[in-house]
Design a protein around this ligand. Sequence first.
Ligand SMILES: *Cc1c(COP(=O)(O)O)cnc(C)c1O
Length: 224
Amino acid sequence: MSLETNLNLVKETMHQASIQSSQLKETTLIAVTKTVSGEVVEELIALGVKHLGENRPEKLIEKQDALVNYQDLTWHLIGTLQTRKIKDVINRIDYFHALDRLKTAQEIQKRATKEIKCFVQVNVSQEPTKQGIDLAEVEMFIRSLESYNAIKVIGLMTMAPNGASSKEISNYFKQLALKQKEIAALHLPYAPCEELSMGMSGDYELAIAQGATFVRVGSRLFDL
Ligand SMILES: *Cc1c(COP(=O)(O)O)cnc(C)c1O
């Protein structure tokens, strides 16, 4: 199948899922480009996709350099960021999806020359191998970010565990959505927390049904 066919299928699926959702906001598709070349991304841009995601800073920088001629792209760093790499990448991105340590926040504060829109990554399923903080610690963690004015907590992010059933995955997404509403209701000026980054190729429909405002989709677009 062509890239265009894949994209249209993903968009149609997103539309159908949004009908089932109580979420009124539109869901933004982030194309996760980590497995493809700059040329393939150019094809995707020509099809109208402007939100691009990479999980590693070096890869993101590489893609940006390959796509310097495009002015209107929005860049998402969706993976964990090692402290020593923050200075190289933080001022090149629009969104950071994997904030889960105070040390990262401190380094962002030190290096950022603009406000960075951040998602706090939550390990809803408490898998030992997954990044992210426990649901029970989200509020405390977010409150501890108050003094870092370079960081705006715009929402929560999670990854569903591999091999979980649809029912389990939906339940993890629902728990994240509840926590997001809880934090939003605190009306913390530095943490509006109105967004939900959840859903990948295998589960973006489920995520949208539970209120995702950003989905991060790679293989479903690029497995041609
Ligand atoms: C790779 C990746 C994705 C996309 O995964 P697919 O299954 O290829 O859609 C989403 N989120 C994160 C954090 C990733 O690293």
